[in-house]
Structures are given as C-alpha cells and as structure tokens.
Design a binder for this molecule. Structure first.
Ligand SMILES: Cc1cc2nc3c(=O)[nH]c(=O)nc-3n(C[C@H](O)[C@H](O)[C@H](O)COP(=O)(O)OP(=O)(O)OC[C@H]3O[C@@H](n4cnc5c(N)ncnc54)[C@H](O)[C@@H]3O)c2cc1C
Length: 503
C-alpha cells in the first residue's frame, strides 16, 4: 500500500526543453530528442543502465602467456548504452551534419541519453570535444575526423599525480624521433575509457608542454582502474607511457592552447550532464510525491513538499535554458561569449547538481536511499562534473583571469544578461550590482552572481511568469539557503505541473 511505481516508459521531453530547442535553433530535432528520451527512460534502457553499473569493468593487462593486452572487459549492457549514444550521433552530430542548431540538438540528445547511464557519456563527450582540437592540424583532422564520426572514440590524458589542474607541472616526456613523431615516456594518473582508439595527451617536448595524438597500442600500458565514488560503469585508468608513438598536434610549447578547444567543449558537456542530473532528480521527486501519501494527503498536495519540488524545478529549468543557450553559442561561433559563459555556467550548474540530487533523493524518503532506486546513483555521479575539466576554484580563477584579459567576453556576457532589463525589478537591481573585477578571495561569489544574472535573464525573457518571478524572488531576493525555501507568493503548483505533466 501507498508505494510508488517505477518512473519508466515515459515521454521525458518537458516544455522547458522543447521551448529551448525551438528557440535556440534546433526545432528540427525535437522528435529526435523525444525519441532519445523515450528509449533512455524505457524499462529496457534503465535495466541496462543498472546492469552496466553493477557489473563493473575489469582491466585485463596480460594474456595467459604473459603478453600485454591492455583490454577492458565491459558488460554487454555498457555496449548497448554506448551504441545507443553513437547511433544517435551524440558523439559527433555537429561535425557529421553541421547544420544550424546542431550543437543545440546534440545537447538535447545528451540530456536525454544521460538518463540511461551517465558513465557512457564520458567517452561520448570526449569524442565530440576532440574534433575541434584535432582541426588545429588539417592533415590529422582529415585522417581522424571521419573515423570518429564513424564511431571510434577519443579520450584525453592530461592529469598526472603531481598535478591535474596545474597541467604545466606535467613531466611526461615527449622525445622527438623525426617527421613530427615523438615517443612518450611517463605516467598519467587519470585516463578515462582505455578502449578509446586515440588519446589527446599533454607532454613535455623540447619546446615545452605540447599536445599529442596517441593511438592506443604498443607503449601505452594501463596499470589499474580507479575504484570510484560514482560513474562506476565507466572505466577510468592509470596509464604508463613506455615509448608510445605520438604525433604532435599544433606547435611545440602550445599544448594548453591546442587542447583548450577540447577542454571548452567538455566543459559545455559538464553543464549539460549536470542539467540532465537535475532534470532527472526533480522528475523522480515529483513522480514519487504524486504516488505517496503521508498524514492523510498526497505529498504533492502538501505545501511544504510543493515548496521543495518547485524549488528543485526552478533550478532544473534554469539549468536547461542556460545549457541550451550556451550550446547555441557553439553553433553561432560567438567565441567571446562562449568561453566566458561556459566557464560561468560550468562553475554554477555543476556546483548545484550535488545538493540538488541530495534534496531530490530526500523527497523519496527511505526509498530514495536504497540501491534499487535511481537516486543513489544520481547522487554518487553528481560531484564528478564539478571536479572534471576545472574544479570550482580553478574555474572561478579562470573567470577572474578572463575578466582581466578578455574584456570582450565580459562585454558579450553582460550584453546577453541586459537583454532582460526592465522585465523584473530584482533582476534590474542585480544587474546594476554585477562585479566587473574579482580577486581570488571573492572569485566564487562573483561567479555565482554572474551565473544567477545569466539564468535569471534567460528565464525572465523566455519562461512563464510563475517560473521567472519565483526564480528572481528566490535567488535574487528573499529565498533561503537550502532547497524548499521559496518565499511566499510563489505559484508552486504551476511550476511543478510544468516540470512534470500530471498524466
Ligand atoms: C572520474 C574521473 C575521470 C577523470 N578522467 C580524466 C581523463 O580522462 N583524463 C584526464 O586527464 N583527467 C581525468 N580526470 C582528472 C581530473 O581532470 C582532475 O582530477 C581534475 O582536473 C583536478 O585535478 P587534481 O585531481 O590534480 O586536483 P588538484 O588540481 O590538485 O586540485 C585539488 C583542489 O584544489 C583546488 N585548486 C587547484 N588550484 C587552486 C588554486 N590555484 N587556488 C585555489 N584552489 C585551487 C581545486 O579546485 C581542487 O578543489 C578524471 C577525474 C575523475 C574524478
């Protein structure tokens, strides 16, 4: 009695995402995105997602004769999930079919397929992101782009024991052997998805830190897989380079500048991944509240719960409109806005994902805490996007540097936020207070203010009044510190119904 039913076999395309797809230039992809959501939320896909997570990958370093093989054994469900992402073009859509709105369409597809399993999206993201970096060298790009589009995958190896954020501390050595080829010697402390065909690797060449393309094979020895908090379906390894053949990508000494395009695109994917997490969390929470009664009434009809659900919904919708607006900047080639906006959104949306997942889990009570529920996985996976491709402080300091060195970025970003001026008094006041410079002590706070301005301005311009008014009131006005502290006067029921239709 009084138990919920699985939230499966549902149409996961919500109005906020559908409207954003249309607005940002990917109206043509709506049915594709809907299909990806229907399949990802099917009982079959959910079962594959659980199975891939439970049957963890196993590293096979040697064959029975002692020869190195460096293979990873993966559950068939992993392959089902990965094939589902590749067959929908999530790894390469904008490169395979560069029509207007392709990055936005891909963002929508990624938002959906992440619902099946977040781990598989890691190699998918890295492959998507590797292409713009490979294009630095037209010869290398001509060789690899078609192979990646066809479904071979690309990874990255930057992090070493002594430094992940600070890649300039890398000591992996690249010894030139002629004709743009090098041999790599050294160790990488994190290298996700060993089955990738190629890896973009940073190493010290005679001319300084440089970027290389390495094809998996001899001289690349995977030592062990990480025993991780989350994304347990995804093999993340430690790897030793013992003379692996590497091709220089870009110029010697320009490694960071070369790989930055890959980094920027993976940061966009961190934003999309965290948005997907929030969307799932609030949808599961609302679903449960519609099926569970306490103290004589359905949870979804009780004001204290409506406040929590509506607050989670606001965060999810704000993330959705932000992620898709950002994706459009990748379609339009608006580089100043793109780089600045991506860093700000990456900081804030990835930071919000973990408390969001925890609060959504709590809405399910004890049922949210057991492993048969999707909530523990959602919570375990949530912190990753915050760490990867720039942890909180690193991103905040990146924005600080961009403020000083790239004034075009701030100008483009503020101009975007200003488009909503006059639409909400709290937002207008917030825009007047936006920081123009930061120091390391105030960096996080400043980035938070910029992120809120961006989200509020998008909602004021595009969301129904109950959503935008509530967001501005809660985030720029009288809201509290945890989810579920929306101020009086908010139409919580309208926000909840918009987020998950009551069928
Ligand atoms: C599941 C998973 C998969 C990964 N896959 C890959 C992969 O495929 N390839 C790869 O190259 N890497 C990968 N990584 C590594 C990841 O990119 C790094 O962990 C990340 O960049 C942080 O680097 P670090 O671990 O060395 O931490 P550090 O750089 O030591 O940072 C530790 C803390 O210090 C803070 N900090 C750093 N600098 C400053 C500063 N100047 N001021 C104040 N605070 C600062 C950071 O914000 C962070 O909170 C993966 C990590 C995980 C968890």
């Amino acid at each position: 009695m009084n138990q919920s039913v699985p939230f499966e076999d549902v149409d996961f395309l919500d109005p906020a995402l559908q409207e954003a797809l249309e607005r940002e230039g990917a109206g043509w992809a709506i049915e594709r995105v809907r299909e990806a959501g229907l399949v990802a939320m099917s009982a079959e896909a959910q079962a594959h997602g659980r199975r891939a997570e439970r049957n963890e990958p196993r590293l096979l370093t040697h064959d029975r004769f002692g020869a190195r093989i460096d293979q990873v054994e993966l559950d068939p469900s992993w392959h089902w999930l990965l094939d589902g992402a590749v067959s929908r073009g999530i790894h390469a859509l904008p490169w395979a079919d560069p029509q207007p709105g392709a990055h936005v369409a891909r963002a929508g597809l990624e938002l959906m397929w992440t619902q099946a399993n977040a781990g598989v999206m890691c190699p998918i993201s890295m492959t998507y992101s590797a292409v713009p970096a490979l294009r630095v060298d037209p010869v290398i790009a001509a060789e690899w782009e078609p192979r990646l589009i066809a479904g071979e995958l690309a990874g990255m190896a930057m992090t070493e024991k002594q430094g992940g954020s600070d890649v300039r501390a890398n000591i992996t050595e690249a010894r030139p052997v002629g004709d743009g080829w090098y041999e790599l010697h050294g160790h990488k402390w994190f290298c996700s998805y060993p089955p990738c065909t190629i890896f973009l690797v940073l190493a010290q060449a005679p001319g300084g830190l440089s970027c290389f393309v390495v094809e998996r094979g001899a001289g690349m020895e995977f030592q062990r897989l990480k025993d991780k908090l989350g994304t347990r379906s995804l093999p993340s390894s430690e790897v030793e380079f013992r003379g692996a053949a590497a091709r220089l990508l870009g110029e010697e000494g320009r490694g960071v500048a070369t790989i930055i395009e890959m980094v920027t695109h993976t940061r966009l994917d961190c934003v999309i991944g965290s948005t997907a997490s929030m969307r799932r969390g609030v949808a599961e929470a609302i679903w449960h509240a519609r099926h569970r009664s306490a103290f004589g009434a359905l949870l979804v009809d009780q004001p204290a719960m409506i406040n929590v659900l509506a607050d989670l919904a606001l965060e999810s919708e704000a993330a959705t409109v932000t992620a898709l607006r950002l994706a459009r900047a990748y379609d339009s080639g608006d580089t100043a806005f793109r780089r600045f906006g991506t860093a700000i959104a990456k900081y804030w949306i990835c930071k919000r994902a973990t408390p969001h997942a925890a609060e959504a889990l709590e809405c399910l009570g004890g049922n949210g805490y057991v492993e048969e529920s999707p909530m523990p996985r959602l919570l375990r996976d949530a912190p990753l996007n915050g760490i990867w491709e720039g942890s909180g402080n690193v991103i905040a300091l990146d924005v600080l540097r961009a403020l000083a060195r790239e004034p075009d970025g701030l100008a483009a970003f503020v101009a975007e936020c200003e488009l909503a001026r006059g639409g909400n008094a709290l937002l207008d006041a917030h825009l007047d207070r936006l920081p123009r410079t930061l120091d390391p002590w105030t960096a996080r706070r400043g980035v938070e203010e910029l992120a809120l301005a961006f989200q509020a301005s998008l909602l004021v311009r595009h969301a129904p009044a109950p959503v935008s008014d509530a967001f501005c009131a809660a985030r720029l006005g009288e809201g509290g510190r945890v989810f579920g502290t929306l101020p009086s006067g908010v139409d919580g029921a309208a926000i909840v119904t918009r987020t998950l239709a009551d069928r």
